[in-house]
Design a protein around this ligand. Structure first.
Ligand code: GDP
Ligand code: MG
Length: 197
């Protein structure tokens, strides 16, 4: 799949503002700073489509981007230490309505390839099973590891999250590693969705 178009559409903070669209939605989720915005920029071939940040947290918004054949939704990051219980609750409620009401054909669940998945990462996967949202795992920042370390880490992450080895794709927004694999996964999710219509 080639991305010819990628434009920011809107940011929303509540369920009543969720984007109404006929296009299939690809969502991107993961803890703050894992590389969601960078991955979106990589897929779009654009440096600054999604804002990347050095200081994690803050954004409690869902950002939608029009990628032509699909809409991409950048979900607010989780696992940010300085967030109050109240805010965490709000985030959980927003996520649950998003997963239950939006037509998500695929959610890319991002984890940092260098770190073991956190309790929050596992909770996210549980939500996905609960709401029957198809997902694929992306292990980000693969450029931070030596080439020979990538496969063993993928295996560890897959085992930890109880998914198959092939369900975890290593990627690097720095080098473009994994980009074609991710685009292939997206393309497949969209074509499977169109069969169901
Ligand atoms: N080395 C490396 N750094 C990355 C990669 N992806 C993201 N980063 C850096 O990690 C930080 C957080 O990235 P960002 O995309 O804003 O994460 P988000 O909070 O999940 O949207 C930024 O400093 C990025 O430059 C990657 O693949 N490789
Ligand atoms: Mg971001």
């Amino acid at each position: 799949m080639k991305i010819n178009q990628a434009e920011f559409v809107t940011s929303v903070a509540s369920a009543d503002k969720f984007l109404k669209t006929d296009k299939p939605i690809i969502a991107v989720a993961g803890k703050s700073n894992v590389g969601k915005s960078s991955l979106i920029n990589m897929l779009a071939n654009r440096k600054k489509l999604a804002k990347t940040s050095v200081t994690p947290g803050r954004t409690r918004l869902i950002n939608y981007f029009d990628f032509g054949e699909f809409m991409l939704a950048d979900l607010p990051g989780y696992g940010f230490a300085k967030v109050s219980k109240e805010e965490k609750k709000k985030w959980g409620a927003l996520l649950e309505s998003f997963l239950s009401t939006q037509k998500i054909v695929l959610l890319l669940s991002l984890v940092d390839i260098r770190h073991d998945p956190t309790a929050d990462d596992k909770m996210m996967i549980n939500y996905l099973y609960h709401y029957q949202v198809p997902f694929a795992l992306v292990a980000t920042k693969a450029d931070k590891l030596g080439k020979t370390k990538i496969k063993p880490r993928i295996k560890e992450i897959a085992t930890d999250l109880r998914v198959g080895f092939a369900d975890v794709t290593a990627s690097s927004a720095e080098t473009g590693y994994g980009k074609d694999d991710i685009l292939r996964i997206i393309e497949q999710a969209i074509s499977v969705d169109s069969l169901e219509e």
